[in-house]
Design a protein around this ligand. Structure first.
Ligand SMILES: Nc1nc2c(ncn2[C@@H]2O[C@H](COP(=O)(O)OP(=O)(O)OP(=O)(O)O)[C@@H](O)[C@H]2O)c(=O)[nH]1
Ligand SMILES: [Mg+2]
Length: 444
């Protein structure tokens, strides 16, 4: 998959690693070569330009950790930027909790729609759901037969209505599904050689009539930039919920896969990697990025090094906490970290016994803002020694942060409770985080 792009990137990094030291100029030179490799892989030129710019900025400014080579750091930056380009995290399909859950599959002629309908049916069946494959392509003579053969091959029911228009067929299929305890209805729509208004109108009608939970566009990876343009137009008309990249097993250059998310803003949800109905994978940005770079080991290495730096920080904080030296200055620092990293990776979360309690919880943004404002209205002396905050100081802090004295009191009481708790924790193993602490709420 994307072999030629992988080879080119590899040779760029080989040079960079040989260079030993990183300078702005050799980063720039490498990025020129990366850009060239992306363009040759048929990546959209704006996407390639922005990508290289982002990598350059991050690589030039990056802290190079002691334990790794500078070139390895650049590979990690490129990897992370590729993951972002591909959508960051995996975007899951709609849960199959509605009865029936409706999937609508669309795309140009020959892109792999009918095959995907079969793949989705098999996927649903393996989840112990009852799928129904619906033939709503009445234009190509053999289309209905093709769907039936696929459905039979996996012992899944199929639906068709002779002498009816596609929207009618789809509506009838939903009615049928409701009566026959079908869990997942998968609509196979017709394709055209090019996008035309008639096709779009028909798809819009189907969408309005059956209100699908998932509208998936099948984009043929082999067609490069064309696939991206097609996706863009489909998305504008239909508000797709996801893209399925097909034929990723072929010798696609990578342009479609790498540009489609950025250009359309629509998440890639599925990867079709073969003609067989089992050849379907959920799309994982990080896995594809690692496959393209072929340097998973280096990425892991750099991540480990970065983790150990965070771990060192966390350990220092932990010691402080346990000695109950933790004050409002540390607290402010933590709130900022929390904002940056999210609750689970936070320093608090790294302390044994606390991480588990934080699971499923999140920090209320507004509450955090309020808390931050109150702490910022304290003097340095007050932040370091909260015990000196008396009545008149409380009034001043309340006024300064636009809060009531009551709210300030509340924060102080919570803080002291927390301090006490950490103190106790220094002696014994278990403790509980007070309810409502710093805007911590259960997610449910
Ligand atoms: N190698 C490979 N071939 C695929 C993949 N998906 C589909 N195909 C093949 O591509 C061809 C077209 O697939 P179809 O599923 O019939 O495409 P379609 O979009 O339904 O086509 P029309 O109904 O004619 O518009 C078939 O030969 C499939 O076997 C894939 O992921 N990898
Ligand atoms: Mg078809």
């Amino acid at each position: 998959m994307f072999d030629s792009l992988s080879d080119k990137l590899e040779s760029v990094f080989k040079k960079l690693r040989g260079a030993g030291k990183l300078s702005e100029s050799n980063i720039r030179e490498s990025m020129r070569e990366v850009r060239q490799a992306l363009l040759e892989a048929d990546v959209n030129y704006k996407v390639a330009r922005d990508f290289v710019k982002a990598v350059e900025e991050k690589a030039v400014g990056a802290d190079v950790l002691k334990s790794i080579e500078p070139g390895q750091m650049v590979i990690k930056v490129v990897h992370d930027e590729l993951v972002t380009l591909l959508g960051g995290t995996a975007a899951p399909l709609a849960p199959l909790d509605k009865i029936p859950t409706i999937f609508m599959v669309c795309g140009l002629q020959g892109s792999g729609k009918t095959t995907l309908v079969g793949k989705l049916a098999l996927w649903a069946k393996r989840k112990n759901k009852k799928p129904l494959m619906v033939a709503a392509d009445i234009y190509r003579p053999a289309a209905v037969k093709q769907l039936k053969v696929l459905a039979d091959s996996i012992a899944v029911e199929h639906f068709h209505l002779a002498d009816a228009k596609p929207p009618e067929i789809c509506k009838a299929a939903i009615d049928y599904a409701e009566k026959h305890f079908v869990d997942v209805v998968i609509l196979d729509t017709a394709g055209r050689l090019h996008i035309d208004d008639e096709l779009m109108q028909e798809l819009e009608q189907i969408k309005a009539l059956v209100k699908p939970h998932e509208i998936l566009l099948v984009a043929d990876s082999m067609t490069g930039q064309d696939a991206v343009n097609v996706a863009d137009q489909f998305h504008k008309r239909l508000h797709l919920t996801g893209v399925a990249l097909s034929k990723l097993d072929g010798d696609a250059r990578g342009g479609a896969a790498l540009s489609i998310r950025q250009v359309t803003g629509c998440p890639i949800k599925l990867a079709s990697v073969g003609e067989k109905l089992g050849d379907l994978e959920p799309f994982h940005p990080d896995r594809l990025a690692s496959r393209i770079l072929g340097m998973g080991d280096i990425v892991t290495l750099v991540e480990k090094a970065q983790e150990s730096v965070d771990l060192e920080k966390a350990q220092k904080m932990q010691e402080k906490l346990l000695r109950a030296e933790f004050n409002f200055e540390d607290f402010l620092d933590q709130m900022q970290q929390l904002k940056k990293m999210g609750p689970l990776e936070s320093v608090l979360g790294m302390i044994p016994g606390v991480g588990k309690q934080l699971k499923g919880m999140k920090f209320d943004e507004r509450e955090m803002e309020r808390t931050t404002a109150i702490i910022k209205s304290m003097t340095l002396e007050e932040r370091r020694h909260p015990r000196i905050i008396d009545g008149s100081r409380k009034r001043r802090i309340a006024r300064g942060s636009g809060n009531t004295v009551q709210t300030v009191n509340q924060l102080l009481n919570q803080f002291f409770a927390m301090q006490k708790m950490f103190h106790q924790m220094g002696n014994k193993k278990s403790f509980n985080i007070p309810k409502g602490w710093a805007g911590l709420r259960s997610m449910s």
